[in-house]
Design a protein around this ligand. Structure first.
Ligand SMILES: O=P(O)(O)OC[C@H]1O[C@H](OP(=O)(O)O)[C@H](O)[C@@H]1O
Length: 324
């Protein structure tokens, strides 16, 4: 459970729980939900003084921030909305915050659509695309290619331990795309049939490293060895400004229950039940040399040049998202 801050609306706390438990998941979807939650906090605030209203909003932001550490879209969303919290009275602050959250959500949706058209330009009619996990940014590229009348096929990696590849497969089948679902271990074999690897990102570091679902880096290394280009679909909300000042991106470690059941654990360890560590990192880091292009709503970039865009969009940012 997320640490509760005082004065946080129950609806905000519920959103935080949903993000933590991954009922709400995917970097862009988390950002959208966080903006929505801040808007809800603003609408429902019982504050009668501006400083109390602001304190409540910052407490809500901190509660949301503490859910999951890796996807930078979450703090970027919180910062964006809180920077619009402007006004001399509670009602002015409320209106400004709600309007800012709506603006953020609108821009988020627009960015994904624009990114999709850029990514689709990299895909040719008849291409086979290998995917990893479930990324709405990556799927936007495929959707735009389909809208352009291109026929594409997909090889979808299952993506252990949570099997989010199934969500990708379901979406692609709804769009009529032929799908071959494979276990993660079959990826290298099937790369011979793929024209592209297409993945999303939870964070992009200043050096162009891509932080995405565990297994992305191994896939990218194998793709390079096989000569298959790796395309990362990531809105600029995924750019991690703190990495410009030397900070690293924290990799979330998740519960062992996602990997083994209690029964499986007992089978392995017997009654002793010690000496077994189950490690479950949710993400890994793909170095820029294995990535061919980062596709954003501002166009596509070689990973090494992404820092230029990062500086232009974010400047040198410091401090926690909820700090003024
Ligand atoms: O923003 P979109 O492209 O939807 O997703 C980006 C990334 O977020 C997901 O993380 P998780 O499932 O929340 O752990 C996956 O790693 C995916 O590639």
């Amino acid at each position: 459970m997320v640490t509760r801050q005082p004065d946080v609306d129950p609806a905000v706390a519920a959103t935080a729980d949903d993000i933590e438990a991954m009922r709400i998941r995917g970097a862009a979807t988390i950002a959208d939900a966080a903006a929505e939650a801040l808007s809800t906090q603003a609408k429902r605030s019982d504050a009668t003084a501006p400083d109390v209203f602001e304190r409540q909003l910052r407490a809500a932001a901190k509660t949301l921030y503490e859910t999951r550490p890796t996807a930078v879209s979450l703090p970027n969303a919180l910062r964006y909305v809180l920077r619009g919290m402007d006004g001399e009275s509670v009602s002015a602050l409320r209106d400004a915050t709600i309007a800012r959250a709506e603006e953020f959500q609108r821009e988020l949706a627009r960015a994904q659509t624009t990114l999709g058209t850029v990514g689709a330009n990299r895909l040719r009619d008849g291409d086979v695309v290998m995917t990893h996990c479930h990324s709405t940014d990556a799927l936007a590229c495929l959707e735009a290619a389909l809208e352009d009348g291109k026929e594409v096929e997909a090889i979808v990696k299952e993506t252990r331990p949570r099997k989010q590849g199934h969500i990708t497969a379901q979406q692609l089948r709804e769009w009529g795309v032929p799908v071959t679902l494979i276990v993660d271990n079959a990826a290298r074999r099937y790369l011979d049939e793929a024209d592209h690897v297409l993945v999303g990102a939870d964070s992009i570091a200043a050096d162009g490293s891509v932080i995405n679902k565990i297994g992305t880096s191994g896939l990218a290394v194998n793709a390079r060895e096989r000569g298959v280009p790796v395309m990362v679909a990531a809105q600029t909300i995924k750019l991690h400004p703190d990495t410009m000042t030397g900070h690293t991106v924290e990799i979330e470690m998740r519960a062992e229950s996602e990997v083994v059941s209690d029964e499986e654990r007992r089978t392995i360890t017997g009654d002793a039940d010690d000496g077994l560590v189950v490690a479950n990192p949710a993400f890994d880091v793909t170095p820029p040399r294995y990535v061919d292009a980062i596709v954003t709503e501002r166009g596509q970039f070689p990973p090494e040049s992404i820092v230029t865009l990062m500086r232009e969009l974010f400047g040198e940012m410091t401090g926690e998202p909820w700090e003024p």
